[in-house]
Design a protein around this ligand. Structure first.
Ligand code: ADP
Length: 272
C-alpha cells in the first residue's frame, strides 16, 4: 500500500503544536498516567501557555479521573471534536469520554485503534483559533510498545515528535522493559528526553525514616541511564497522597507543594 493520504492532513492540523511529547512505560502501574496528569497541570500553571493532552491508552484510559473530568461528554462541531477543558488553557481528549460507563472494557483490534488515534490527531479542534496553536501536546500511551505506539509515531512523522519521557519503577523487571522502550525509540527515531524513576523510596510519616520499598540497593535506573547514555530526569518517592490527589482530580504539586514528592516532580518537569 502507498503512503497514508491522511498524513498531510495530520501534519497540517498539528503544524502549530510546538512540543509533542510521548509518555512511555515498559510496564503498567508504574505511574505513567499520574505523571502525565501532573505534568499537564504543571505546564498549564503558566496561563500564557496552551496545553493539550491526548490519552491514547485506549484499553485503560485513566486521565479523565486523574484530571478530574470523568463522565464529561465530547461535543462535535463543524470545526471538529472539542476536547474537555480541565482549565481554560488545558484540554483533554480521551477514549474514556466515549465509553458508555467508566467500567466498560475496550476490546479493539489494531485497525480500529489506529483509526481512533488518527481522529484524535486530525479532527480535534483545540479551541485556540483557526491555527490550532498549542505549546505542548502530551500523549499518554499504553504500557509496552504496541499498535498505539506505532500508530502515533507513524502519524506524527510529518509534523515531528519532540521526544519521549519513559516512566519506570526501580524494580529490575521494570528496568528490563525500559530497555525495550529505549530500543523502540531509537528504531523509530524518537528522541529520548529521559527516564523518570517513580515510587522510589518511602518516607515514613511517623518516624521520617526513608525505606527503599522495591529495591534495597537502588541505583538501577541511574546505572541503566549511564549505560545507555540517557538522562535520568529524577526520582519520585512513594507518597500515598499522590493517589488521593488523583482520585480527586487535583494537582498534587499544588496541593502538596512542600512534600518531597511534589518537589521531585517540579525538578523533573523543569527539565522537560
Ligand atoms: P500507569 O499509568 O503506569 O499504569 P498510574 O499512573 O495509573 O500507572 O499509577 C498506578 C497507581 O499508582 C495509581 O493508583 C497511582 O495513584 C499510584 N501512584 C503513582 N505514582 C505514585 C507515587 N509516587 N506514590 C504513590 N502512589 C503512586
Amino acid at each position: 500500500s502507498g503512503p497514508d493520504p491522511d498524513l498531510p492532513i495530520v501534519a497540517e492540523r498539528l503544524r502549530n503544536v510546538r512540543h509533542k511529547i510521548l509518555i512511555l512505560s515498559g510496564k503498567g502501574g508504574v505511574g505513567k498516567s499520574t505523571f502525565t496528569g501532573q505534568l499537564a497541570f504543571a505546564l498549564a500553571g503558566d496561563e500564557e501557555k496552551e496545553i493539550g493532552v491526548v490519552d491514547i491508552d485506549i484499553c485503560g484510559p485513566s486521565l479523565p479521573r486523574i484530571m478530574g473530568c470523568e463522565r464529561e461528554e465530547i461535543h462535535r462541531s463543524a470545526a471538529g471534536w472539542s476536547p474537555i477543558y480541565v482549565q481554560d488553557n488545558l484540554g483533554l481528549m480521551s477514549i474514556g469520554f466515549m465509553l458508555p460507563d467508566e467500567d466498560s472494557a475496550v476490546i479493539w483490534r489494531g485497525p480500529k485503534k489506529n483509526g481512533l488515534i488518527k481522529q484524535f490527531l486530525k479532527d480535534v479542534d483545540w479551541g485556540t483559533g483557526t491555527d490550532n496553536t498549542l505549546d505542548y501536546m502530551l500523549f499518554d500511551t499504553p504500557p509496552g510498545t504496541s499498535d498505539e505506539h506505532l500508530s502515533v509515531v507513524q502519524l506524527l512523522r510529518g509534523s515531528g515528535i519532540s521526544g519521549a519521557v519513559i516512566v519506570t519503577t526501580p524494580q529490575e523487571v521494570a528496568l528490563q522493559d525500559v530497555r525495550k522502550e529505549i530500543d523502540f525509540c531509537r528504531k523509530a527515531n524518537v528522541p529520548i528526553i529521559g527516564v523518570v524513576e517513580n515510587m522510589c523510596g518511602f518516607v515514613c510519616p511517623t518516624c521520617h525514616g526513608e525505606s527503599r520499598i522495591f529495591y534495597p540497593t537502588t541505583g538501577g535506573a541511574s546505572a541503566l541511564c549511564k549505560d545507555l547514555d540517557i538522562p535520568l530526569l529524577g526520582s519520585i518517592p512513594l507518597d500515598p497522597s499522590i493517589g488521593r490527589a488523583c482520585d480527586y482530580g487535583s494537582s498534587f504539586i499544588d496541593t502538596h507543594a512542600d512534600s518531597p514528592a511534589a518537589k521531585a516532580y517540579v525538578q523533573i518537569i523543569h527539565k522537560i
